[in-house]
Each structure stands twice: as structure tokens, then as C-alpha cells.
Design a protein around this ligand. Structure first.
Ligand code: NAD
Length: 459
């Protein structure tokens, strides 16, 4: 654990660095972003290796979900930064003529980024890109549960950036809490809703704004009007990617009764096609992060009837892709986010039943709907609330960097990605600039005799 004085010194030094004005310079920000991209390219193999050690993540998944997405985000940010930093001019009321008014994005100052273990590289670097682009200094606390990736993050950042500009601080919840005692200008947290509350409480003490990227149970509704095979492929991919440990993974399926058996057969087939007869032998299937989560997930297997999978290898923290049928809303598996490779099945006759069920529960990070029926698509968009919606696919909305990403209610506060990241880490300062030319003196006392002119001229 870090000494309190050390934490205080780093925060103080970052505040001083920020006040030096260096980070205001757009060239400086561009240079730091280009440097970040190059560092990722140079360390790609080590990052992939660390992700394999932490999560058994295969090279393909690591490249797509942790490296490529970050390179795309840096490129997009570098290409658009000059446009984003420009002031936005707005109209002014006639009584203030002559005047100019504009909204000027300004860096907030020193940012605290706290990240999780499931996509430990991309979920740490993604907010950092926004923080750098907006002209801030940053302290990063990666997850202690993905130690190999956290170590690489430390090496990449701390060996290449001045610590008074960007610094990785390692540690668990004690370190996190030590950091939270300091005054930051923004806290960006990705993790569980329960820890999100702790973060927000600590931030409230200092009136620090927060972005909370949290999780929850994202439902996946499957209606009749679909391509069964494609639907099965897209569900299986989104659910079992990273062994189900994705915040936007479909948590449970809500299937229209009339296609349930057909879809479940297709899902079983696809699982075999993707991961073979024995997924523990597949190079493309990951492992659960640690024993604690392995045990937590194992107890959830007691709900309903397992119709596929349910195989456990404790010494590897392996849980095979598992489908559980005959689930009722009060089963323990329907309480909290599963965050693992277990897919419970519920069924409905009318879409309204699924909507009512979802609306009785906390607002999810994502809702997925498989249906080609436009009326049903509209119904989901209008009658449910969630961070985002995916129609006829799962998880892919996360990769559209022009779409702000974030939750609502229990699944989060605020959003990021692309321009939304720049906005999150900027303060939009409203500026009014007046001229000394033309002063009517109408607003100044003594007011006697002026009201009728105000009413006549300005209304
Ligand atoms: P977590 O909340 O346990 O931990 C996240 C971070 O908080 C870690 O760095 C950890 O060290 C720190 N932390 C833990 N306990 C703390 C405490 N008491 N005080 C202060 N800091 C503390 O989350 P996790 O297990 O790492 O990640 C899984 C959760 O994150 C899931 O709920 C998942 O849905 C969510 N998640 C959300 C997103 C998103 O973008 N919305 C992305 C990935 C994961």
C-alpha cells in the first residue's frame, strides 16, 4: 500500500503540472496521443501475453477487444481533436448588442481513473485517451485482479510519461480509498454498481463530478421474426466472449415461446461449432478471473435445469458454456449480473410481458432485441430504458466509437468513447464578450422612465 504522503505528493504535483498550462497546448496533447499509440504498437505482444495470463484470453479476442479498439479510438481522437477544441459560437439577445457568446471546452484538471479486470487494458486506456485529449493530467488505478496487465500498464505509462502528467498507481481497494480521499477534478470509474456507490459517496464529500461505468443484467429478447442460425451465432459470440465476463454481454435470454426449442437447438449447435465438443480444449475460450468468481458462478448452476454445459475444472477456473432452462424470475441467477458463461432462459408469449419484466428491474446497460419487425423494434426503443440498445446483434454497439457508451440508473452515470470522452473530461465554459461601443444605459439606475422603453423596444 502507498504512503498517504506519496499519494498527496503525486496529486499535488499533477495539480501544479496542470496549472503550468502545458496540457492546454493542442500540439502537446496530439503528441502525447501519438506517443500512446506507438507505445501500444511497440508493446502489443506483451499486452497479449499478459491478457492470456490474467484471463486466458486468446490472441484474436485480445487484438479485437483490447488493442484494435484502442488504436481506432486514438486515431479518431487525433483526427478530430482540432475540431473538438474549437469554441462553439451561439447567438446573443438583442439587448446585449454588440456582443459575442461562445462555449469553450476547457480541461478539468487532474483526473482519477479506476478500472476493472475484465478488459483490463482497453478499459484503462480508453478513458485515458479522453483525459489526454481534453488536456488533463491523470492518475490511473488499474485492477489488482488482473496483475499481469496492470504491470504492463504501469511499465508503458510510468516509463514514458512524467509522473506529474500521467501516473499508474498499483493496488487494491485500500489504495483506491486512499486516492479517493484526495481532491480530483473528475473521477472516472468502471466497475460494479456496489463499488460505484462507494466511489460516488467519496466523490460527493469533495463535490467531485463522476462518470460511473457500471454493469447489470442486460436482457436479450428473441422474437419470432428472425434468422435463427445468425441469431444463435450472435448470441453465443456475445455471451461467451471473454468467458461471459463482459459488461455488455447478454445476461439472460427472453425467447418467444413459439421459436424457443428451435433457437435452443441452434445455440447448442453453434457452441459446438465455435468451441468444439470440449470447450476446455479450445484455444478460443477463456477462463474465470479467479477462485472467488469461479465459486460465485458455480453456486448459480443450482438454478433451473442445465440443458448444456455445467462442466467445471476448479484448478483452471474453467466453466464450460452453460445454458440453463426452466428459470423463474425468483431464481438466484436472476438477482445480480451473472458476469460469467452461464445463460439462463426465460420465455414469453407477448413482447409486452418481456417489457413489463424488464421495467420492474434496474435499468440495464444494454437491451438486445432480435426481431425484423419494425413495430417491435419501436416498442423496445420507446417502452424500455437502458444505456444502449442492440437490434439483431449483441455487444457490437460497444465498438461503434461514434456512439456514446454508458449506462443509466444502476448501470451507470455519464458516458464516453470518441467525442463523448472529450466532452466528459472537458468543462464547457460559457463566455460572453462585450464591446465598449454602444451603451444605451437603459439597464442602469435610476430606472425612472425607463420601463416603458424596455417594454416598447425589447418586449
Ligand atoms: P469492482 O467494482 O470490484 O472493481 C473495480 C475497481 O474498483 C478495481 O480497480 C478495484 O480495485 C476497485 N475497488 C474495489 N473495491 C473497492 C472499494 N471498496 N473502494 C474503492 N475501490 C474499490 O469491479 P470488477 O470486479 O473489477 O469488474 C466487474 C464489474 O465491472 C461488473 O459489474 C461489470 O459489469 C462492470 N464493468 C462495467 C463496464 C462498463 O463499461 N460499464 C465495463 C467493464 C466492467
Amino acid at each position: 500500500m502507498l504512503q498517504t504522503e506519496n499519494v498527496q505528493t503525486i496529486v499535488k504535483e499533477q495539480n501544479q503540472y496542470f496549472l503550468s498550462g502545458k496540457t492546454y497546448d493542442i500540439e502537446f496533447r496530439q503528441e502525447k496521443l501519438k506517443q500512446l499509440k506507438q507505445l501500444i504498437i511497440d508493446h502489443e505482444n506483451e499486452i497479449v501475453e499478459a491478457l492470456y495470463k490474467d484471463l486466458g484470453k486468446c490472441h484474436f479476442e485480445s487484438y479485437l477487444s483490447e488493442i484494435r479498439i484502442i488504436k481506432k479510438e486514438v486515431d479518431n481522437t487525433i483526427n478530430n481533436l482540432r475540431k473538438w477544441v474549437k469554441p462553439h459560437y451561439v447567438s446573443t439577445p438583442i439587448e446585449q448588442f454588440p456582443a459575442t457568446a461562445f462555449i469553450q471546452p476547457q480541461p478539468k484538471g487532474t483526473i482519477l481513473i479506476i478500472s476493472p479486470w475484465n478488459y483490463p487494458f482497453s478499459l484503462t486506456i480508453m478513458p485515458l485517451i479522453g483525459a489526454i485529449a481534453a488536456g488533463n493530467c491523470s492518475i490511473i488505478k488499474p485492477s489488482e485482479l488482473s496483475p499481469n496487465t496492470s504491470k504492463i500498464l504501469e511499465q508503458i505509462i510510468n516509463h514514458n510519461y512524467e509522473e506529474s502528467y500521467v501516473k499508474v498507481i498499483q493496488g487494491g481497494k485500500e489504495t483506491s480509498q486512499q486516492l479517493l480521499k484526495e481532491k480530483f477534478d473528475h473521477i472516472f470509474f468502471t466497475g460494479s454498481p456496489s463499488i460505484g456507490k462507494i466511489i460516488m459517496e467519496a466523490a460527493a464529500k469533495q463535490l467531485t463530478p463522476v462518470t460511473l461505468e457500471l454493469g447489470g443484467k442486460s436482457p436479450c429478447i428473441v422474437d419470432k421474426n428472425i434468422n435463427v442460425k445468425e441469431t444463435a451465432k450472435r448470441i453465443v459470440w456475445g455471451k461467451f466472449l471473454n468467458a461471459g465476463q463482459s459488461c455488455v454481454a447478454p445476461d439472460y435470454l427472453f425467447i418467444n415461446q413459439s421459436i424457443k426449442s428451435q433457437l435452443l437447438e441452434a445455440i447448442k449447435e453453434v457452441i459446438k461449432e465455435f468451441y468444439g465438443e470440449d470447450p476446455s480444449q479450445s484455444m478460443d475460450y477463456g477462463r474465470i478471473i479467479n477462485e472467488h468468481h469461479f465459486k460465485r458462478l458455480s453456486t448459480l448452476l443450482a438454478s433451473g435445469n442445465i440443458i448444456l454445459g455445467g462442466k467445471l475444472i476448479p484448478e483452471e477456473n474453467y466453466i464450460s458454456p452453460t445454458i440453463i432452462d426452466n428459470i423463474t424470475p425468483d431464481c438466484p441467477i436472476m438477482e445480480d449480473e451473472i458476469f460469467g458463461p452461464i445463460l439462463p432462459i426465460l420465455e414469453y408469449e407477448q413482447l409486452e410481458e418481456a417489457i413489463t419484466f424488464i421495467n420492474k428491474r434496474p435499468k440495464p446497460l444494454a437491451i438486445y432485441l432480435f426481431s425484423n419487425d419494425r413495430k417491435q423494434q419501436k416498442m423496445i426503443l420507446e417502452k424500455t430504458r437502458s444505456g444502449g440498445v442492440g437490434i439483431n446483434d449483441t455487444v457490437m454497439q460497444y465498438g461503434v466509437l461514434t456512439l456514446p457508451f454508458g449506462g443509466i440508473g444502476k448501470s451507470g452515470i455519464g458516458c464516453y468513447h470518441g467525442k463523448a470522452s472529450f466532452d466528459t473530461f472537458s468543462h464547457y465554459k460559457s463566455v460572453l464578450k462585450r464591446s465598449f461601443w454602444l451603451e444605451t444605459n437603459l439597464r442602469f439606475p435610476p430606472y425612472q422612465g425607463k420601463l416603458k422603453w424596455i417594454k416598447r423596444l425589447l418586449g
